[in-house]
Design a protein around this ligand. Structure first.
Ligand code: GLU
Length: 292
């Protein structure tokens, strides 16, 4: 069987300019695509409109271009793709895999307290499944995915074998949020399939989402890409670098210096000279490590 042609992507949320941490994911996804002779696409994940900053998309594209990272097609904007997310939600409803939920955060916390434990994951309470069997007179607020029980296993190309029991560890997660916005999980799965993404390379902070996304792909009859999660750049407080803990926008006056910092995080040697030569050198090194 011939493998599908390689298509990779970088999917920033335009909530601000790229910083040293986001450049690592951009560079790694670009190198992986080039090392496989594949295409590299950019997708603006602007579904969470209140968090998006006007003009940040253009800033990001300019920063990528300054670093020699040019997408092979015009970028896709998730804000223009609501109809596709709606169709996916309808498909899941028809299949009995999505249900309306009337719970507030407080309801969820109370249900958990009644069950004797407060389970949280990245600030989101693990949903105990209260509305699985109906809204019980409450108004629908969000739509949730009916997760499957059991442990899901997959292999990350860098991290190795992974497993997660989505129902136990995450719970039925939102597809459409109470504020009517489309949830990241649904948008990312629909768009990765629509763009034919065969290999997904992104920061390790997102690795935890993979099991949810694989369950959604299977429910929607979509292929599962290969995953590779890159090391994170940590801020002064030891947490993932972000605007909140002091990440600076990339300094475009010296793109090679910015690329060298990102390359070091990926375990690649520092290069001098032209950025294009450095990228060529790293593509070769990347192919030797992750080419197969
Ligand atoms: N938009 C997400 C972020 O910037 C990345 C999503 C992904 O790569 O799956 O954190």
């Amino acid at each position: 069987m011939t493998p599908p042609p390689y298509t990779g992507r970088f999917a920033p949320s335009p909530t601000g300019p790229l910083h040293a941490g986001s450049l690592v994911a951009a560079l790694a996804s670009w190198l992986d695509a080039r090392a496989h002779g594949g295409r590299w696409l950019v997708r603006m994940e602007d579904v969470d409109t209140p968090r998006c900053v006007p003009g940040a998309d253009q800033t990001i594209l300019t920063q990528l271009a300054a670093c020699g990272l040019q997408p092979d097609k015009a970028p896709l904007y998730q804000s223009a793709r609501g109809a596709l997310y709606e169709a996916a939600l309808q498909q899941l409803i028809t299949q009995g895999r999505a249900y309306p939920c009337g719970c507030t955060r407080q309801d969820i916390a109370q249900a958990q307290a009644a069950a004797g434990h407060l389970r949280e994951r990245h600030g989101d309470l693990v949903y105990p499944g209260t509305c699985r069997h109906g809204l019980q007179g409450q108004a629908a607020r969000a739509w949730r995915f009916l997760t499957q029980a059991g442990t899901l296993q997959w292999t990350d190309r860098r991290l190795g074998p992974q497993s997660q029991d989505v129902q136990q560890q995450v719970g039925d997660f939102a597809l459409r949020r109470a504020d009517r916005l489309w949830a990241y999980q649904l948008a990312v799965v629909v768009d990765d399939a629509a763009q034919g993404i065969s290999h997904l390379v992104r920061g390790q902070d997102l690795a935890d989402n993979s099991a949810r996304q694989i369950q959604l792909q299977r429910a929607l009859g979509l292929p599962t890409p290969q995953y590779l999660h890159t090391p994170l750049v940590l801020g002064a407080n030891g947490e993932k670098l972000s605007k909140q803990n002091g990440a600076q926008a990339l300094n475009l006056s010296d793109p090679l210096a910015a690329l060298n910092l990102a390359a070091a995080v990926l375990g690649l040697d520092a290069q001098a000279g032209l950025a294009t030569d450095a990228l060529r050198h790293w593509t070769q090194a990347w192919a030797e490590r992750y080419g197969h």
